[in-house]
Each structure stands twice: as structure tokens, then as C-alpha cells.
Design a protein. Structure first.
Length: 259
């Protein structure tokens, strides 16, 4: 399984799963374009990637802005000398009872978690077609894209939407040898879960740390997921070994949701 010398763009690369994916792909020999809305942390990840002996470049972009996503893909191609894979990883959580959801809540999360994936799909697919070669589009869904989670209803809806987009894009682009798949992590110990845990505490009175613990206790393999666990699947989906897989939303959760 190899991604050696592939040019790969990762969104949400400043921290958490995106950073973990970038480091794993760099270890495997890929050259990386690191994209995030948070410019300050990107340079540190770039240095970590370069220390592994591959090329890295950074680009600050808000994935909800179509022009910025297209510019990020152009930048990646220019700086890395090619463009082979996009990983539409950036996303935000939202913990809210459905009763309390207002139009601005929907607008904010839809624009990042759904629109951002649409722009990433479009920008990558048009680049692959312009270059006249195959390509891979890999999107972040979740266990919450397979089961709706209480207090994470709208977030779950966005992750179901990512699965739908993944299937539709796989069908639309297959004739160009572009594959489109999604990864569906479980409970990963990143800043996103710190935020989710805190919001559950505020809403339900559960002591801090207890919601995270409750979810981790429900994992069959008995431990929380790490970004490296997720990165192992993303590395496979980025490699030529996954060439015959398209339109799938693959669970990597240590045993929470069974499909
Ligand atoms: N942490 C978890 O347990 C799980 C996470 N996921 C998904 O994995 C992805 C990564 O999650 P984590 O690393 O845990 O989150 P995180 O919150 O630690 O990192 C997310 C990154 O995305 C960036 N980002 C947010 N909005 C952006 C925007 N508009 N434009 C560009 N970058 C933006 C942030 O600056 C941050 O660097 C997300 O799509 C999330 O929904 C899925 C399942 C489980
Ligand atoms: C953040 C997330 O996707 C879950 C299910 O925890």
C-alpha cells in the first residue's frame, strides 16, 4: 500500500484528525498541502511533516468559501507539482437540543460541514479532469452519519449528508476514474470531543469528562480512538490499493455502530 510521491490536500490539518492524517501520509511518502482556517497552527504541522522528509505547503482557507477552496487546490497543484487526492476533513460540532436550534445554527454548520465538502468535491474533480488522470476524494463523515445522536441532531444530519454526497459524487465521476469515499470515525480524543463534553455538561449537568467516558466505555475494543487509528483508514483510501472502492462510507470506530 503506497501513497509515495502523491500530492495530497488535507483540510482541517491544523490539529486533531487532520493533523494525524497528514503525519501518517507524510510517513508513507506523500507530499502534503495543509489547509485550515486557523493559520497560526498550520506552520507547526508543516514543520512536523517536512521533518519526515517530504514536501509540505500551507494555505489558509475557510472551506465554506467556494473560491477559497478552489484557490487551495490550485495552490496545492502549483506547489507540489501535481494533484492526486483531497481529504475533506474540516468540520465543526454542534451540541444543541433540537428544540433550541435556530436558522443561524443550521446556516453555520451546514456551510462548513456540507457546503465545504461540496466545494472540495467540485474543486478536486475539476482539477483531476483538467489534468486528465484519476483521483481520489475522501470525505469525513462519522458514526453520527450512520446513527443520529441525541443533542447532536443537526451535526448528525450533516454527516448523513456527507454520505449522500459521497455516493452521488462516486456515481457522477466514476467514468473519469475518480473515486469518492468517506471515513466514519467513532469517539476520537480531539478538541472536538473536549467541546462536545463541555456542552453536554452545560446542558445536562453531567460532570465534565463523564459524557466522553460514557461513550468510550461503550466501545467494544475498550479504548478511545486516536487520530492515528483514523489515519490508517485514510491512508488506505488514499492509496492505489483502494482503486476499486467507490461510494462507500467506511466505519472505523472500534465497535460502536455495526453496518
Ligand atoms: N473527534 C471525533 O470524535 C470525530 C470527528 N469526526 C470528524 O472528523 C473531522 C475532524 O475532526 P477533529 O479533528 O476531531 O476536529 P477538531 O475540531 O480537532 O479539528 C477540526 C479542524 O478543522 C478546522 N476547521 C473548522 N472549520 C473550518 C473551516 N470553515 N475551514 C477550514 N478549516 C476549518 C479547525 O480549525 C480545526 O483545525 C470533522 O469533520 C469531524 O466532524 C468524525 C467522527 C468523530
Ligand atoms: C464528533 C463525532 O462525530 C462523534 C460521533 O463523536
Amino acid at each position: 500500500m503506497s501513497v509515495k510521491d502523491k500530492a495530497i490536500l488535507v483540510t482541517g490539518a491544523s490539529q486533531g484528525i487532520g493533523r494525524g492524517v497528514a503525519l501518517r501520509l507524510a510517513k508513507d511518502g506523500a507530499n502534503l498541502a495543509l489547509v485550515d482556517i486557523k493559520a497560526d497552527k498550520l506552520e507547526a504541522v508543516k514543520a512536523e511533516v517536512e521533518a519526515l522528509g517530504v514536501k509540505a505547503t500551507t494555505f489558509t482557507a475557510d472551506v465554506s468559501n467556494r473560491d477559497q477552496v478552489f484557490a487551495a487546490v490550485d495552490h496545492a497543484e502549483r506547489e507540489l507539482g501535481g494533484f492526486d487526492v483531497i481529504i475533506n476533513n474540516a468540520g465543526i460540532a454542534q451540541v444543541k437540543p433540537l428544540d433550541d436550534v435556530r436558522p443561524e445554527d443550521l446556516e453555520r454548520i451546514y456551510r462548513i460541514n456540507i457546503d465545504g465538502v461540496v466545494w472540495g468535491i467540485q474543486a478536486a474533480a475539476s482539477k483531476f479532469r483538467a489534468r486528465g488522470h484519476k483521483g481520489k476524494i475522501i470525505n469525513a463523515s462519522s458514526i453520527a452519519g450512520h446513527d443520529g445522536f441525541a443533542l447532536l441532531g443537526v451535526y448528525s444530519a450533516t454527516k448523513f449528508a456527507v454520505r449522500a454526497l459521497t455516493q452521488a459524487a462516486a456515481k457522477e465521476y466514476a467514468s473519469h476514474q475518480i473515486t469518492v469515499n468517506a471515513y466514519c470515525p467513532g469517539i476520537v480524543g480531539t478538541d472536538m470531543w473536549v467541546e462536545i463534553d463541555e456542552r453536554f455538561s452545560e446542558l445536562t449537568g453531567t460532570p465534565k469528562g463523564e459524557t466522553y467516558k460514557k461513550y468510550v466505555d461503550g466501545i467494544a475494543l475498550g479504548r478511545a480512538q486516536t487520530p492515528d487509528d483514523v489515519a490508517a483508514l485514510v491512508a488506505f483510501l488514499s492509496s492505489d490499493d483502494s482503486d476499486y472502492i467507490t461510494g462507500q462510507a467506511i466505519l472505523t470506530d472500534g465497535g460502536i455502530v455495526y453496518r
